[in-house]
Write a protein that binds this ligand. Structure first.
Ligand code: ADP
Ligand code: MG
Length: 695
């Protein structure tokens, strides 16, 4: 037997069962079987008696005795299978709610056996539902923890049951010493106190003790994280060596003049640190690919502007691309304002830019006269040509795909440096694992004097007091947002809802001006409405999630989110970020219906408990899974066998550190102590041919 042996040649399987196992669980070789991990274990180290049972909630336990009185009881939907279980100390009930005749016939009566499961206490009696049953085995047990493998009713009926898997894996495990080669170096296993690979496979299937199981699991998780990080680390190194970029060695007049004379505020420590990271990147003749993460309001725009000034100092043009027209306009307005007392020119290019203006932009870009261009996807069009684009900044990367990034690259002979800004913090495990071609900078500090937003959960019955509170804030001179879910812009019902509420709000707030923003409006209508609110002419903005990203009205202090249970966590956090942008205390009120699902409750509770975008993103990942957060493009790559991106942060971090050290010292994996890493990597991840390409 070796790792490649097809499972049909194993004793007890054969071609028919092999086919069923392949279809059912995707296993075809001995190696697959070794990676077919138990879903749980039966603890056979202790056998309880009925007299020892306690009414409190208990883990799964094992009892030894006999089953009698097996019969069907109840009618229709309450029909179930019931039996008694006896040992020397007493009697308890057994019950099956789902069963087939075949299953019923398999339950042995009046013979000594073990049952295993969770005991519950109801109406003065103990009972166990759907117990695992095992007829007493006189032979010496191989382990105290007994593996339970994934199963399906269909396969169980065909004789592919727990017993079969346990027997096959017992046989396979005896061959582990001949089949399994170590794939981590000794020095690493020693330093991290990792179990050997052989021991790990043995103990993941048949743990000697619970502690052995834990060690085995830790080792196998580490191995997955290690090779995953290695593959990303090698690709990143390759990319760095092979992607030429224009070096920006100069910090010149544009930057210095702005920094000394026009900066409206002191930069935060985090902004300074991030700028330093960016500068270090751009000094090199290698293309920068950096992701800038910073919570809403952390001041990414200023970092973007200063970076563009650096590009100017080195004789290059920059562009800033935003995902929506409104956002692009806001960026343009903000940057124009910051630059107004300088003579630096900036222009805006979007889908609704007039032809005459476009022509000027095209010309000025080609001649090099225009140093900074802000815009939407319109920037990507082929007609938009730069004289020498040196830097492309992309806001909100979640909305742009890889293909679009590639289009930006192609706008210059030597690709421009790329800075991607996102306000959606990515959980640290994901950032560490998935951005193989990106370096990550984090602004983890808010400008001083910002008051944390107070978030509250309210229901329909509280509406009057919520409205009154909003009115009080308006009387103090503040502005208010009402946001309604409009998940699909075409959902007529949501649309109607928005219109009706708009009427209610104008009625209640009869002394105030109310304006509206939604996806069915034309760009110029949107812009007019936004301006009306931003200028302070309207006190109230009733909107859909169109306003989700980037909108900046510092005087707005109350964000009322209607039907908040219909929004995802990151969306709620983004919406909340529209307030708290000035010096005044801001509030976010989450209105929901009375009945909430468990998940909605968790989301609402998380929002009321924290303002920290990173914490929120971790909860979001726990609720939705890493695949959903990364988007479909990368969700396939989160298919780990043991490793869990949500809970195994410590292991992933260790693996990342180990890889950084390894590739720092031995980037080509030439040292003999690292031979087994290289061999395993080539065999399982890379292929020999490609190794040359990567290293
Ligand atoms: P975001 O990271 O969400 O894009 P912005 O760049 O829009 O944040 O900044 C939010 C607000 O904070 C803006 O009004 C900006 O002028 C202000 N701001 C940015 N940096 C600082 C700072 N260091 N000190 C004070 N205010 C700042
Ligand atoms: Mg922004």
């Amino acid at each position: 037997m070796n790792l490649d042996t097809p499972i049909e040649f194993l004793k007890g399987i054969g071609p028919d069962r092999a086919k069923l196992i392949k279809n059912g669980f995707g296993l075809s070789t001995v190696e697959d079987l070794l990676h077919f991990y138990p879903i749980r274990y039966l603890d056979k180290s202790k056998t309880y008696t009925v007299a020892e049972l306690r009414p409190e909630e208990s883990p799964e336990i094992q009892l030894k005795g006999r089953i009698t009185d097996l019969r069907e009881v109840g009618e229709g939907r309450t029909k179930r299978l019931s039996a008694k279980f006896h040992d020397q100390t007493g009697t308890m009930d057994l019950v099956w709610f789902r069963y087939t005749n075949w299953m019923k016939e398999q339950i042995p009566q009046n013979t000594e056996l073990y049952i295993f499961g969770k005991v519950s206490f109801f109406n003065g009696t103990f009972s166990m539902s759907h117990p695992e049953i095992e007829v007493e085995d006189k032979k010496e047990p191989m382990a105290t923890l007994w593996p339970i493998y994934p199963s399906s009713e269909k396969l169980t009926k065909r004789g592919i049951n727990q017993k079969l898997f346990q027997n096959i894996l017992k046989a396979v495990c005896t061959q582990i010493p001949q089949m399994i080669e170590e794939n981590l170096p000794d020095y690493l296993m020693e330093a991290l106190k990792l179990m050997s690979r052989q021991e790990a496979f043995l103990n993941i299937h048949f743990p000697k003790t619970f502690a052995h199981y834990q060690q085995a699991e830790r080792r196998l998780k580490f191995e997955e994280a290690f090779y995953f990080q290695l593959s990303h680390g090698l690709k990143k190194r390759y990319h760095k060596r092979h992607s030429f970029g224009n070096p920006f060695p100069v910090v010149g007049d544009y930057f210095n003049d702005f920094y000394q004379n026009h900066l409206p505020f002191e930069l935060t420590g985090a902004q300074k640190r991030v700028l330093k990271e960016i500068r270090t990147d751009m000094k090199k003749p290698v293309q920068m690919n950096r992701l800038l993460q910073g919570d809403v309001g952390s001041g990414k725009t200023m970092v973007a502007l200063l970076t563009m000034l650096l590009a100017m100092d080195n004789g290059f043009q920059s562009c800033l691309m935003a995902p929506t027209e409104i956002l692009a306009q806001q960026h343009f307005a903000g940057i124009s304002e910051l630059l107004q007392s300088t003579d630096i020119k900036v222009r805006l290019l979007t889908g609704s830019t007039k032809t005459s203006e476009r022509k000027i932009i095209h010309e000025e870009l080609l001649s090099g006269e225009l140093p900074i261009l802000v815009g939407t996807h319109a920037l990507l069009e082929d007609v938009v040509k730069f004289k020498n684009l040196g830097l492309a900044i992309i806001d909100e990367q979640h909305r742009f795909g890889v293909a679009q990034r590639a289009k930006l690259w192609a706008k210059n002979n030597i690709p421009p440096h790329i800075l991607i800004m996102t306000a959606t913090p990515i959980p640290r495990t994901l950032a560490m694992s998935f951005y193989s071609d990106l370096d990550v900078s984090v602004i983890d500090e808010m400008p001083v004097g910002r008051k944390p937003i107070i978030t509250a959960h309210r229901r329909e019955k509280d509406r009057l007091s919520v409205f009154r509170f909003a009115k009080e804030e308006i009387d103090k001179g503040r502005q208010i947002y009402f946001v309604y879910p409009l998940i699909e812009e075409s959902e007529t019902l949501d649309y109607k809802n928005l219109m009706e509420n708009f009427v209610h709000i104008t009625e209640f707030f009869d002394n105030q001006k109310v304006t509206m923003l939604h996806g069915r409006m034309k760009p110029d209508e949107k812009e007019a409405s936004m301006k009306y609110f931003a200028s302070g002419k309207a006190e109230i903005m009733v909107a859909t999630t169109v306003i989700e990203v980037g909108v900046n009205v510092p005087n707005a202090t109350v964000m009322i989110i209607e039907s908040a249970e219909r929004f995802g966590l990151s969306q709620l956090h983004q919406l909340r970020g529209r307030v708290g942008r000035g010096a005044e205390q801001s509030y976010c009120i989450l209105m929901t219906s009375d009945k909430l699902s468990k998940e909605s409750r968790t989301r609402i509770k998380t929002m009321t408990e924290t303002n920290d975008g990173f914490k929120i993103s971790e909860v979001d990942m726990q609720l939705r899974g890493p695949g959903d957060i990364l988007g479909t493009q990368q969700s396939g790559s989160v298919d780990f066998k043991k490793l869990d991106l949500v809970t195994d942060f410590a292991i992933i971090k260790k693996a990342k550190e180990s890889i950084d050290v390894l590739l720092g010292e031995d980037p080509m994996l030439l040292l003999s102590q690292n031979m087994n890493i290289k061999n395993y990597y080539i065999k399982n991840y890379q292929g020999k041919k490609n190794w040359g390409k990567i290293s």
